[in-house]
Design a protein around this ligand. Structure first.
Ligand SMILES: NC(=O)c1ccc[n+]([C@@H]2O[C@H](COP(=O)([O-])OP(=O)(O)OC[C@H]3O[C@@H](n4cnc5c(N)ncnc54)[C@H](O)[C@@H]3O)[C@@H](O)[C@H]2O)c1
Length: 324
């Protein structure tokens, strides 16, 4: 396959790019390095792919790359079989206030421009990185794709809007879209604003970890390699226009995660509890029946193994960068 990976310098996009290259595919990566977290981490994410002869990287914003006057990028979709659309402004807590404009720009407008461009390429499949945050506080558990989505954060609203665009462009113009709702993704390269990343760094450095809420909130954590495999399966056999939950099946409270990590690291954490943040949901849990049946999705990496790998990454890659 010849693939376009948007958000290729990010946590998931770079891991996906690397896997596609190792599987023998050609990859064009696009990323505009939004300044949400230090670029040095994204440069480090890209080190593997950039050394590969079948990888081409374009530093560009999806909002302009498809414009008719964007000469250097003309024909960027020629010969592409699959677009893995990972680019977005991530982060729930930062999505309130004036910064919502950043979310509409990168998550909604950029997605619409990509889909418009794909209308001219009827054979391209677009696999979209949606999110469990589209659900909000559902009364039913586990969360099923047919539940009424009611996001509780502006970020969730932006991810849901883009998911609707995927469905609309499939229904109206036959653009071959498949959406995957990722449930909290973790593993090496995880974004520095995310809980496991901050927790690993604080345990290793003996610094304070600020827990938002009581720590009893639960998440269905999903290891990044399992997300990558779900993307590849969606490209190969996802039903067009469909939405699939992708959850790792490791639903656990943050307090239990801390205990596990302390065990792996052999050190106690220094945890302070603060008020719950607006936009955070209490529990997430994925019903993955459809993904299992139609994509053959089976999460392979359990939480103990995945946490140990993320801890090693923070120790060996992030802490030597001395970002704090
Ligand atoms: N990490 C998770 O737990 C999680 C959960 C659910 C959904 N998702 C979704 O998965 C995708 C990847 O998330 P991540 O955690 O790897 O985030 P990330 O921030 O590490 O990666 C996203 C990348 O997209 C790039 N980008 C943003 N806007 C762009 C634009 N307009 N043009 C080009 N590049 C742009 C950013 O520079 C960044 O490198 C996102 O769509 C996110 O919403 C992530």
């Amino acid at each position: 396959m010849r693939c376009l990976v948007t958000g290729a310098a990010g946590f998931i996009g770079s891991t996906l790019s690397e896997r596609l290259l190792n599987d023998g595919h050609d990859v064009v990566g696009v990323d505009c390095f939004v300044p949400y977290y230090p670029r040095v981490l994204k440069d480090s994410n890209l080190q593997g792919p950039l050394g590969h002869e079948r990888f081409q990287f374009l530093e560009a914003d999806l909002n302009t790359i498809f414009d008719s006057d964007a000469i250097p990028y003309a024909g960027i979709l020629d010969g592409i079989d699959v677009v893995f659309h990972q680019a977005a402004q991530a982060g729930v807590r930062a999505s309130w206030g004036a910064d919502f404009a950043i979310y509409t720009h990168n998550n909604i407008l950029a997605t619409q421009k990509l889909l418009e461009a794909c209308r001219k390429y009827p054979d391209i499949r677009v696999v979209y990185a949606s999110s469990s945050s589209v659900y909000g506080e559902t009364p039913k558990f586990p969360m099923h794709e047919d539940d009424l989505p009611r996001p509780v954060s502006p970020y969730g609203v932006s991810k849901l809007a883009a998911e609707h665009l995927m469905r609309l462009y499939f229904a109206n113009f036959g653009v071959k879209t498949v959406s995957l709702r990722y449930f909290t993704v973790y593993g090496p390269r995880q974004r520095p604003d995310m809980a496991f990343h901050r927790l690993c760094a604080s345990i290793l450095q003996g610094t304070q970890y600020r827990m938002f809420g009581t720590g009893e909130q639960t998440r269905d954590f999903t290891y990044v390699d399992d997300i990558v495999l779900a993307n590849i399966a969606a490209a190969e056999r996802g039903q067009l226009g469909a939405v699939y939950n992708i959850g790792g099946g490791s639903r656990i409270s943050m307090n239990d995660v801390i205990a596990k990590l302390e065990g792996i690291a052999g050190r106690k954490g220094n945890i302070t509890y603060e008020g719950r943040e607006n936009g955070d949901v209490t529990h997430t849990g994925a019903d993955t029946t459809s993904a299992r049946k139609e994509l053959g999705f089976t999460p392979r990496v359990d939480l103990n193994e995945g946490l140990a790998k993320e801890l090693a990454y923070i120790e060996q890659v992030v802490l030597p960068l001395k970002l704090n």
